[in-house]
Design a protein around this ligand. Structure first.
Ligand SMILES: Nc1ncnc2c1ncn2[C@@H]1O[C@H](COP(=O)(O)OP(=O)(O)O)[C@@H](O)[C@H]1O
Ligand SMILES: [Mg+2]
Length: 272
């Protein structure tokens, strides 16, 4: 579990960016952190992943206080973060070099095993010997996800992972996120995209550095107005389900997908 306790944060000379933030991240869940631009989403991601230092409040990762120096090795391997633009994160041309970057202390054999396993998780095994620069943005992003997987982490933070990626590439990454959850990883998805909100088990809405709402996936249909209030784009499928519900037609579907809805409706029509 990750515990964020009363965290406030300012950049040098900035206003208060995070204002006494507290929340937990539970093992095995997909947690979405949403909120309009500038609400502090990336900042909390950077604090949880140790890129920025917590000065006020505490963050515990599996009871390890991340502000304690003696915990830094442990934490480095427990959590990883991937950002919006893979091109800003790539260091090497060669995929093997890129993926072994975080593994300096391991022997050759172990490094190779970790690389193979990580590439498999993101369905990029066939590209092992490719030059990174020849890949599409979506494929590059999958390599960035593989790179954090090489550390065998428990927690994965994805900060707007598909914002720059075309729709086919997005779908592939959504599949990978669901696959990672099925493998027991805990995923924190920072996002503004409707489709990514629908991947989550739980949604935290951040506004001006404060958590203003926490929603469970199955409450979403009833709470569309809360998303709208905080200027979060409402997934079309939720709008449709919301309208149907007001007319007394209630669909409880796990996967809020238009294709599912179409098949449910056509089954209903066939039964009549
Ligand atoms: N390095 C920085 N120095 C000063 N202010 C920053 C810095 N990075 C972000 N900010 C400010 O912090 C606020 C929150 O930013 P951020 O966490 O990136 O929000 P989000 O990811 O929700 O768009 C914004 O007002 C932004 O301008
Ligand atoms: Mg951001």
């Amino acid at each position: 579990m990750i515990k964020v306790e009363n965290v406030s944060f300012k950049y040098r000379d900035s206003n208060l960016i995070l204002d006494n933030l507290s929340f937990n991240v539970y093992e095995g869940e997909i947690l979405a952190i949403v909120g309009k631009n500038g609400s502090g989403k990336s900042t909390i991601g950077k604090l949880m992943s140790g890129i920025k230092q917590v000065k006020k409040g505490k963050i515990f990762i599996d009871d390890f206080d991340i502000s304690k120096k003696e915990n830094s090795d442990e934490i480095r391997n427990k959590i990883g973060i991937v950002f919006q633009n893979p091109e800003n994160q790539i260091i090497f041309n060669n995929i093997k070099d890129e993926l072994s970057f975080a593994l300096k202390n391991l022997n050759e054999e172990e490094i190779n095993i970790r690389i193979e396993q990580s590439l498999k998780q993101v369905e990029m095994s066939d590209f092992k010997n490719e030059n990174l620069y020849n890949l599409s943005l979506g494929q590059k992003q999958r390599i960035m996800i593989a790179e954090i997987l090489t550390k065998n982490p428990k927690y994965i933070i994805l900060d707007e992972p598909t914002t720059m990626i075309d729709s086919l590439g997005k779908e592939k990454i959504y599949e990978i996120i669901k696959h990672l959850k099925s493998q027991g990883y805990t995923v924190i998805c920072i996002t503004n995209l409707a489709d990514e909100i629908l991947l989550a088990d739980r949604i935290l809405i951040l506004d001006s550095g404060k958590i203003v709402a926490e929603l469970k996936k199955d409450e979403l249909i009833e709470k569309i107005d809360i998303l709208k209030k905080y200027e979060i784009k409402v997934p079309t499928i939720l709008e449709i389900l919301g309208e149907l519900k007001q007319k007394g037609i209630y669909f409880n579907i796990d996967e809020y997908k238009v294709t599912n809805l179409v098949s449910i409706i056509s089954n209903l029509i066939n039964q009549k």
